[in-house]
Design a binder for this molecule. Structure first.
Ligand code: FE2
Length: 160
């Protein structure tokens, strides 16, 4: 298996952007599964709402590729696959009464990973002086941060 060596900060940024595309695709798939596994209509609705936002985030990433004049493509994102796999296992072994808690926790973990990915991407993009790309990525980061706060608040209500 041949792998491209990343030599420059630009190479790294391009690669991280491709990984972020897969991350958001994985998030969209995970949110559908979490919605199905959750019990309360309110929690299901939160996942649906964030799935809609995730579609906007994917559009924003597409625009970032265009602004940076990078051909749009994806790269492997084992981290998000792992978060989903862990959630799947926990859902499978949890009683129905725990499903809202389990799904909210899983979503929270995913959000924090996404937040870290956008923080790195924003710093790298800012270093390149690409203000339009920074603005688009910041929109995504703000949505992820807001979602993580909502999830944490709901989890707190639930656990008491
Ligand atoms: Fe996202």
């Amino acid at each position: 298996m041949s792998q491209t060596t990343l030599e420059t900060p630009t190479d790294l940024l391009r690669f991280q952007l491709r990984t972020a595309m897969t991350m958001e695709d994985d998030s969209l798939a995970a949110l559908a599964e979490l919605e199905q596994a959750a019990k309360s209509p309110e929690v299901k609705k939160m996942f649906r709402h964030h799935a809609d936002e995730t579609k906007e985030q994917i559009e924003n990433l597409r625009k970032v590729f265009a602004v940076l004049e990078i051909p749009e493509s994806t790269a492997a994102s084992p981290s998000t696959k792992g978060i989903s796999k862990q959630a799947e296992g926990l859902i499978a072994r949890s009683a129905p009464a725990l499903r809202d808690q389990v799904t909210l926790s899983a979503a929270l973990g995913n959000e924090h990973y996404e937040i870290s990915a956008y923080q790195s991407l924003i710093l790298a993009t800012r270093a390149q002086g690409a203000a339009d790309a920074v603005a688009l990525l910041t929109d995504n980061l703000d949505q992820e941060t807001h979602t993580s706060e909502e999830l944490a608040k709901k989890l707190e209500e639930l656990i008491g």
